[in-house]
Structure formats: C-alpha cells, structure tokens
Design a protein. Structure first.
Length: 151
C-alpha cells in the first residue's frame, strides 16, 4: 500500500503565525485552519482550554448564519488550533462568523455548553473562564491584521 503525505504535513509549520488559513478545498467543502498558537514555539493549548473552546465555538458556529453549512469544528492534535470545515461560504463570511462566535464566547454569561455527564464524555474537563481567555486572545490576534487566508 502506497502512503501519501497529507496536505497539512506539507506546510512549513516553522513559518506559521497565529491567524486563519484555508487548509484545503475538497469540492464545495473548505477546511479552515484556525491557528490560535504559533507552532513549535512551546506555547500549546492545554487540554481543558482546548476542550472548552471546542464546546463553545462548535455551538456558536453551528448556530450562526453559516451554521447549516458547518460540517465540523474541532481541535488539532498538535494543540495549536482548530479545524473548521464549511461548505457554501466565502472566506470573509467564515472570518466574520468566527469572530462573532469568539465575541459571543467572551461575553457568554450562562453555563458552558454541553457540560453534563449526559452530553460529554469528559464533562469535568471544561472551564468557561479558560475558554473566554483563549477566545479573547485569538480574537485580538485576528483583529490586529489583514487576512489573505493563504499559508
């Protein structure tokens, strides 16, 4: 069996900065790389923060204007960001909805989404406080620069 190198392994991670990138396009589905941390810099998302951001952003993104077209939102194994798979939305629409979901998380005054034993397989590993801190950090980074969505 021939094994092919996957697309994300072809990117020079030493050159990546915090931002949002188009990772790949498969037909009508675009995979976005929401890079919240600089790779190989030693500053990785801890498990609680990563899990908490995933719960909040997955819920807000699936409830957004592009929600019906969100295929998947989840963490990267390297703990430097998240993948967002979307169909039928422009890069600018996705960026706007990501920023809005981040803002809603920062301003969230209720309980953490999916924080019960029935709803989550690791429900004790969640912190709204840590999700808010990480989302503010990432939103500030996204707001501080222009985006061309290219690696």
């Amino acid at each position: 069996m021939k094994v092919s190198k996957i697309e994300s392994f072809k990117i020079d991670h030493n050159k990546l900065e915090v931002g949002i990138y188009v990772s790949r396009i498969d037909g009508d589905i675009t995979t976005y790389d929401l890079r919240t941390r600089k790779p190989n810099f030693g500053d990785y998302l801890n498990t609680v923060t990563m899990h908490s951001v995933e719960h909040m952003l997955a819920t807000y993104l699936r409830s957004s204007k592009i929600g019906k077209d969100v295929i998947y939102f989840g963490p990267m194994g390297c703990r430097t960001g998240f993948y967002l798979l979307v169909r039928n939305a422009s890069n600018e629409e996705v960026l706007n909805e990501v920023k809005l979901a981040l803002k809603k998380t920062i301003e969230h005054n209720g309980k953490m989404f999916g924080n019960t034993k029935i709803e989550c397989g690791n429900y004790k590993c969640l912190s709204l406080k840590l999700a808010k801190i990480e989302c503010k950090r990432y939103l500030d980074a996204l707001n501080s620069k222009q985006h061309d969505f290219k690696y």
